[in-house]
Ligand binder design. Structure first.
Ligand SMILES: [Zn+2]
Length: 474
């Protein structure tokens, strides 16, 4: 009897915002391993196909600053150790992000996959799943055999993409064909909020991938927007096409060029999906709206794109403009939470809120307010017509549940401020109006205002008025 195929799964996923001054330590990562990792949809798919799946570790963290060298090496060593313990495998399925930047090492994914290759040898096929916001380094394309990225932003196809990475791997293993991925990088770096995949021109570009996939000799295609708030040489969009074997490499390269050119040609057509403008203008629009809740994204300090989430500027403006019935989710400030706890529920205090981590874009804001609620890791402080959620741990604001933890139902408020960019499906459902405040911060949408030193130039929109054509195939 032929023994079943063996496939190892695992990965390290991180979106690193290099403008965030706070580096990311090991405590930020949540690790899934063993039986729990076999619950992953991609693993279940492989098991269903009769494959023996061997789990390693899958570590993920909320987007944040550059990953500390020792934290990354700890995760890498653990993954490689487990990989060498499991013995020979036919293939690997690695779940990565694509925009992990490691202190003193640089591109994390390239380093990790290189390490994996050294452990397993040249023979096993390596299939990688990526976030659409990955900044892909050419060496990753050389080490991995297949790479496939999400096709939706906001992301609703993450698990589906990991299953696809597994399916591509199995397909190639069964047919004993080594795929060849090719990549063309158009010199365009757009903030994610400009590329919402059900809005044109992104919608058309992403639907064009289906036609590429159906081309004989092509296995799969991906279009990555990249991570705009990463000052690294590989930061840009990427068009990736996977050739079914070496003999189809030329065809794949041609398709990747066409896709990259289409993205380049559309660069000036991308626009915000919702009304966007300066903070005060957005607050005034929200105030004058007859319906609520109006969601305002404090987009310059978007936690889900790696900003600290402690810039209090929008709170200052809400108070200055005298809004009623607003809630801010949230400001990271363990010290302010502690002072609220010392004061106790129902009591008044004067406290400096936020502005302690991102000191480039914020400064501590003195607020006089009353403590409405205390939780395990936060407090709600009412100042004027604004309920400010303060947290002692950094957290993303992507679900209604996140507010309910603090006894707040956003659906019942007039104005809901979130440290976010485009709204998640959960928020979209209840928002009567969505506005994007173009606020300063580590995820400033106007990326020309940030100081880039390491990206390759020219790069649109930092540079304009230059022309570009895909490089000649070699
Ligand atoms: Zn993403």
């Amino acid at each position: 009897m032929v023994p079943p195929m063996r496939v190892a799964i695992g990965g390290v996923g991180h979106e690193s915002n290099t403008f965030n001054p706070l580096y990311t330590g090991i405590e930020a990562f949540r690790i899934v391993e063993g039986e729990a990792l076999l619950e992953e949809a991609a693993a279940r798919f492989l098991v269903g196909e009769g494959v023996e799946v061997v789990p390693t570790i899958y570590a993920r963290a909320l987007p944040s600053g550059i990953v500390k060298r020792e934290a990354y090496l700890q995760l890498k060593d653990e993954l490689l150790r487990r990989l060498s313990d499991v013995g020979e495998v036919d293939g690997l399925c690695l779940f990565l992000h694509g925009a992990m930047e490691v202190e003193e090492i640089g591109d994390g994914e390239s380093d990790l996959v290189k390490g994996v290759r050294e452990v397993v040898g040249e023979e096993p096929l390596i299939s990688v799943s990526l976030d659409l916001h990955g900044n892909i380094h050419p060496s990753l394309i050389e080490t991995a055999d297949m790479l496939t990225a999400y096709r939706t932003a906001p992301h609703v196809d993450a698990a589906e993409t990991r299953v696809k990475a597994a399916r591509l791997l199995l397909h190639s293993l069964k047919r004993r064909v080594r795929p060849v991925p090719v990549m063309v990088k158009p010199p365009v770096l757009l903030p994610g909020e400009l590329v919402v995949t059900d809005v044109d021109p992104a919608a058309s570009l992403y639907s064009s991938l289906n036609a590429i996939d159906r081309t004989p000799g092509i296995l799969d295609s991906s279009l990555l927007v990249g991570m705009a708030w990463a000052d690294s040489p590989q930061a840009s969009a990427s068009a990736i096409v996977i050739a079914d074997g070496k003999r189809n490499e030329g065809k794949a390269y041609f398709k990747a060029c066409k896709l990259a050119e289409a993205y380049w040609n559309s660069r000036e057509e991308f626009h915000f999906e919702v009304e966007a403008g300066p903070i005060d203008e957005m607050i005034k629009l929200a105030k004058s709206s007859s319906q609520g809740p109006v969601f305002i994204s404090d987009s310059g300090d978007n936690v889900t794109a790696g900003a600290p989430g402690d810039v209090p500027l929008i709170v200052e403006r809400l108070l200055a403009l005298g809004v009623e019935d607003a809630v801010v989710g949230g400001i990271l400030d363990p010290e302010a939470v502690r002072l609220c706890r010392d004061a106790g529920v129902g009591n008044n205090l004067k406290v400096e809120v936020g502005g302690k981590i991102d000191r480039v874009n914020g400064y501590p804001l003195e607020v006089k307010g009353r403590v409405l609620k205390l939780t395990d890791d936060g407090a709600v402080l009412r100042a004027g017509g604004v309920d400010i959620i303060l947290t002692s741990r950094r957290r993303g604001w992507t679900t209604l549940e996140a507010f309910r933890d603090f006894g707040i139902d956003p659906a019942e408020r007039k104005i809901v401020v979130v440290k976010l960019g485009y709204l998640t499906p959960d928020f979209k459902r209840v928002a009567k109006l969505a506005l994007l405040a173009l606020s300063p911060g580590c995820t400033n949408q106007l990326i020309e205002r940030l100081e880039y030193k390491r990206v390759r130039r020219p790069l649109y929109p930092l540079d304009k008025g230059f022309s570009w054509r895909p490089p000649e195939a070699h």
